[in-house]
Design a protein around this ligand. Sequence first.
Ligand SMILES: CSC[C@@H](O)[C@@H](O)C(=O)COP(=O)(O)O
Length: 368
Amino acid sequence: MKVGEKHFRTIWLNADGRSVDIIDQRWLPHAFRIETVDTIDGIATAIRDMWVRGAPLIGVTAAYGVAMQMADDPSDAALEAVWHKLHETRPTAINLRWALDEMTRMLKPLAPSERAAAAYRRAAEIADEDVGLNRSIGENGLKIIRDIAARKKPGEPVNILTHCNAGWLATVDYGTATAPIYLAVEAGIPVHVYVDETRPRNQGAQLTAWEMAGHGVPHTLIVDNAGGHLMQHGDVDMVIVGTDRTTANGDVCNKIGTYLKALAAADNGVPFYVALPSPTIDWTVADGLKEIPIEERASDEVSLVWGKTGDGEIAQVRVSPDATPARNPAFDVTPARLVTGLITERGVAKASRAGLAELFPERRAAAE
Ligand SMILES: CSC[C@@H](O)[C@@H](O)C(=O)COP(=O)(O)O
């Protein structure tokens, strides 16, 4: 998407054919910085410390990590080691494991001498595929927004609430939850987005708000606890969020706080949609609550917040007493029964085993 007048993806291969450049998301919205990453350790750090984040982008970054490893050492042992090294960086987003499995499946049968070139080719394809998937999600989600708009008075915006950042910064381009929003704006449908700040790391306040502003999408930042109140007063027409892992029966794991939004939406009859590309479906898991590993991140992320000081410096401040302990589960699981629909690249599925199997019969069959 655009940054100023220039089109950017979140990650791209450099002319040296080895290193990647990434948008370093730690500094947004206050500074737009690009980092070059040219080692496996650098890739692991970028994922773990959230220079890049968002399930699809984590997967693509890991794919380039495997390619870098193959350029250094294309042996079977190195291929296995890089799988483990990158897999442990962030446990919840299934796209990470999907990308590592996909790279391994493709590279294993090749002679070591062929692996580096093939790995870079496949990593680039996965990046391009992500863009295509998101575009299709956008088209399928656009139909839902269009239907809601048709029931409104002319000129009245469709009010969409989103949580965290499932925008272009979380993917290679377009985003998942935001793709239908961008297409609605392009189609001239009036929309307005309520952006949850998304404590503790504030991906909504810092990233989604920046994206919306950059593309002229009318939006309003709200604190995480405001959504239920707004829904009770008829101010939200629909919720669209992303997901880090959706199970074969439609349970949705996403940024902490998503579940509370789904509960409030169900209580108020507000449709709750989840936008996801198929690599985010974990066909091996049935019960999201019991089986999805939930990342517990450092307690500092709760006790300290990043922001811009009056002097224009990007700095961290403490919001709690020095000695107060904090706990930081990064994701939660929204049961399928609270999800109105799953917006995928193939259409909108019911959040159920049958609904997903109908859209992806070959994947369901392969998992059995
Ligand atoms: C298209 S991104 C989907 C999810 O990864 C997104 O909603 C999310 O929860 C991101 O969490 P993050 O911890 O910032 O990586």
